[in-house]
Each structure stands twice: as C-alpha cells, then as structure tokens.
Design a protein around this ligand. Sequence first.
Ligand code: HGY
Ligand code: MN
Ligand code: MN
Length: 397
Amino acid sequence: MVADFEAMWAALAPVGRSAASGGYFRQPWTSAETELRAWFTEECRARGLRVEADGLGNVVGWWDAGEGPAVLTGSHLDSVLDGGAYDGPLGVVSALAAVDRLRERGVEPARPLGVSIFAEEEGSRFGLACLGSRLATGALDWERARELRDRDGVALPDALESAGLDGRVDPSLLAGVGCFVELHVEQGRGLDDLDAPVGVATGIWPHGRWRFEFTGEANHAGTTRMEDRADPMLTYAMTTLAANKQARLSGQRATFGRVEVEPNGTNAVPSRVTAWLDARCADEATLTGLVAAVERQAADRADRDGTTLVVTAESVSGLVEFDADLTRRLAGAAGWPALPTQAGHDAGILAAAGVPTAMLFVRNPTGVSHSPAERATTADCLAGVEALADALGRVVT
Ligand code: HGY
Ligand code: MN
Ligand code: MN
C-alpha cells in the first residue's frame, strides 16, 4: 500500500505546479485540473471501479458490492491559487489507497463503496465555494450557476465546454449515498498540538464571501488636493482595518485577500476598488453580526470619503455539525481526537443536503494551508490511509 500511495502522490506532484513558487494552480476546467480528473478516472478503472460522472467534473468510482445505501468517500482535486499539494488531493489519494487496503485485508463490503471527486471545491475560479457538490446535491440550481463568470469574464458553460464537459447535472450521481466520509489534511495545528496523526471533525464554522465595491472619482495623483478627492482606495483600506479589528476582538476570522483596482495606475486616484471579504464565525448570528458591522463601518467611511459602496454576498455556507453517530461508528475504539474547523469542505455541502457525513483529519505539522508551504509527513499520510480503511471497514460491513 505504501508503494501505491507514494506512486499516486508522485503522479500528481507535477500537475499544475508553479516552478516559481512550488505552489499549485489547479483551477477547475483548466488543462491541469482536467489532467487530474483523467488521472482519477484511470485510477478508478485500474481498480475495477465502475465510473460514473456528471457533466460538471464530479466523478464517482463505484465498488459495486452488496446492497443498500452506499458509503462514499473522497474529496477534491482543484486548488486555490498558488495552493498546497495536500488540500483536496490527500483525501482523494487516501480514498483510493483505502480501497486497496480493504482489498488486501480481504474485506467484502456488504454495501456499495464509492470514491469521489467534486469540482470547484475552492471556488477559486467562479467565486462560489463547493460549486460541484452544491450542483450535485441540488443546493444550487444550474440556472443560477450558468450565469457565473470567472475573472476573465468566461461563462461557466464555456469553461465546462472547453474542458470537454456539457454541464449536465446528474441528480442520480449521489442518489444512493447513505453516508459520506471525507479525509482532509488539517488546516490548522490542532492535531500537532495534541501530538496525534489522525483526528475527526466535529463541524464547520459558518462562513462566506462578500464582494465590496467601492466607487470614487478618478483623478490626478498630483494635481488633486487631498481634500478634493473621492478616493475608494482609502475607504477600502479603512474597511480592511475595521474587519481585522472586528474579528480580532471577537475571536472570529475576517480576511480581505483579494482586491482589484481600476484603472490600477500609479499616478491616478482610482475610480473603483473591488475587494472580497472572507468571514468565518463560530455561529451564524455572529457571522451575520460581524459582516453587518464591517459593512456599516465601510458605509460610514464611504460617506466621509465621498465614495459609494455596494456589498454583495457571493458564497455563504451555514454551520455544519457532522453526524455524531456516524463519526462514532467510524472511529470505533480508535479514540481519535475531535476538532472543529473553520475551513469549508464538500462534506459540509453533503451534510447540509441531509447525507450523514463525517471528516477525518491528517496532521499538518505547521498548520499552514492555502499556501505552497502546506505540508504533511508521509508517515502521517499513511496513518491517515490506515485510519480511513479502518473507518470504512467499520461501516461497509
Ligand atoms: O476555503 C475553505 O475554507 C476551503 O479550503 N475550501
Ligand atoms: Mn481549501
Ligand atoms: Mn479542501
């Protein structure tokens, strides 16, 4: 199994990797991510798994065995911009390797077992997180999804077509799924602090993304007196400080990590600044309150700066509490530590769709994620495969 895991990991390593940063650019429906989807399909077929795919890039390899509600396990292959190697792919490779382990152990599943990948989990291209799993579960309508545009103005249907996909949503893809288990590298240091290679997730904080459009008045950077300006960059800058303070003082999370400036000239006051707030809080009321407070402070500042503000919610995910009974059954007597997470996952979308869902975490020694520096040791990854095989063995038999 070690050889299989390492061979799969090595096969993925160069795909979509930046020579400059060592990070990954595996945006959905690009050549790199299309190559990964083809690799996954081939790995499923090489294991004799029956491959089912919709027209979005969601794929399931089925081990047709037994009868009754299926057990599904998997994750995603797309990355954030300049992302790490483990966020997503570790869950996919581990799921395939866990199938190998179950077979090595002679396990005969009493129910079907599927290995899955969902498309555009990161929302790094079209801005809506877990786009593939939201469409596959019916949480999002195709009529709304088809209107999405990426940063270059490419419409979702055109991006799909360029990747050889027809955008067909297949409600039957997940119809027979009785539970979902996602293994994921931990995006934090909880397991490292506990000196544990594997843990389970208790739930996901509510979180979302809001687009802030600050509009001012383009003007000359030199001849325009400071008091005569309507500078959206100033309103934006004060808003990021306000968001950071709001989150810091309340133990929540708020980040402005993406900003677009028009016309982005060195010697001109900008006409417009568009920035995206990523906010995450321990409960939904706190999230609503934090975003409202940031919006209020941004609007007050806009009044002072003579700029205007429009705020639009682009992607919102509610509180997720994973299925405690399933988690208990999966863990058995393993005694894995249980942790919350502030990171969103397809597991959260399936849970919200009513599928009993659980997550396994693999230790991340630095806790760093969404970065080329994201790490996990091979020993911990292999411990994760064993844990996933043990867990699946407890629920498929
Ligand atoms: O952004 C997230 O929380 C996840 O990594 N998609
Ligand atoms: Mn991620
Ligand atoms: Mn992920």
